[in-house]
Design a protein around this ligand. Structure first.
Ligand code: 13P
Ligand code: ZN
Length: 269
């Protein structure tokens, strides 16, 4: 890829981040500074960018991530609002690179905006994805109202109980979120324990995992696709809740209908 192509590709990814940040705000999933986004941009970093000096001292990631040596990321800034990032992504986020010790990062551009407090989870997941040879380069944490509400009942926290209900609300859910919804019990936000539990859940073969009573963490090839998976799942949760609000438990698609759908779309499980 030429330098110009790399720059255009990188701009396109940051533009997508800004677009998704706007959707998160309009959906009501991004109160105050809620949620965060990181993108592994290493493939689009050109020789000119590689020469850029750091604009901050090295800071600890909080964990050591051997696959991230020399990797570059766009990160939402901690405390920054999605609604501001939607208009000014480089003022409300920054570009960091991981140092050779794989335990520290430094900010390279544009401004010294400290990355999200959920950096341990985001970077641990990127490290895991690289180890797996995954093409996924984007990770999204957000606070979707109906999905978070579900996690306040132990029933929905049981493995794949919410997945089955959500898939059965509307056929597109399984078609467009075929791996379902993993569940991570409550842990302190921004902790390394939460990062480790998130990886364990993703390793069970989920693209989207719930953090109990907090939010979702989703991964995909790009940020638009990660957003789409969460959007599809939350829509299914809204349909369930709408039926309950109308005074009945929704039937859901039958097992036979789900099987037929899985066969027709070549879906797993
Ligand atoms: P940051 O502002 O540090 O990204 O935190 C938001 C959040 O949702 C933490 O879980
Ligand atoms: Zn959060």
């Amino acid at each position: 890829m030429s330098i110009l192509d790399k720059r255009a590709a990188l701009k396109a990814e940051i533009d997508k981040v800004a677009e998704v940040a706007g959707y998160l705000w309009t959906k009501g999933w991004a109160e105050r500074n809620g949620g965060n986004i990181t993108i592994n941009i290493t493939q689009w970093v050109d020789e000119g960018m590689r020469e850029l000096p750091a604009i901050t001292e090295p800071k600890p990631i909080g964990t050591t991530l051997p696959r991230l040596k020399g990797c570059w990321f766009y990160c939402k800034g901690t405390g920054r609002r999605m609604r501001d990032l939607a208009r000014r992504p480089m003022e409300n986020g920054s570009i960091i690179r991981i140092l050779p010790d794989c335990a520290h990062y430094e900010i390279v551009a544009d401004a010294p905006v400290a990355p999200t407090s959920e950096l341990p989870s985001h970077l641990s997941v990127h490290d895991y994805l690289l180890a797996k040879g995954s093409p996924y380069r984007a990770s999204l944490h957000t606070h979707p109202i109906e999905l978070v509400a579900l996690t306040h009942s132990p029933k929905w926290m049981e493995k794949d109980v919410a997945t089955r209900m959500l898939w059965s609300m509307i056929p597109e859910t399984k078609a467009f979120c075929p791996r379902g919804l993993g569940m991570v019990p409550y842990m302190l936000p921004s902790s390394v324990e939460l990062a480790d539990a998130t990886i364990r859940a993703i390793d069970e073969d989920y693209d989207v995992v719930m953090w109990e009573k907090h939010g979702v963490f989703a991964v995909d090839t790009d940020i638009m696709s990660a957003f789409d998976q969460v959007d599809v799942l939350n829509k299914a949760a809204q349909i369930y809740i709408s039926a309950r609000n109308m005074g009945f438990e929704p039937d859901g698609m039958t097992d036979a209908q789900m099987q037929e759908l899985s066969q027709a779309f070549g879906l797993p499980k």
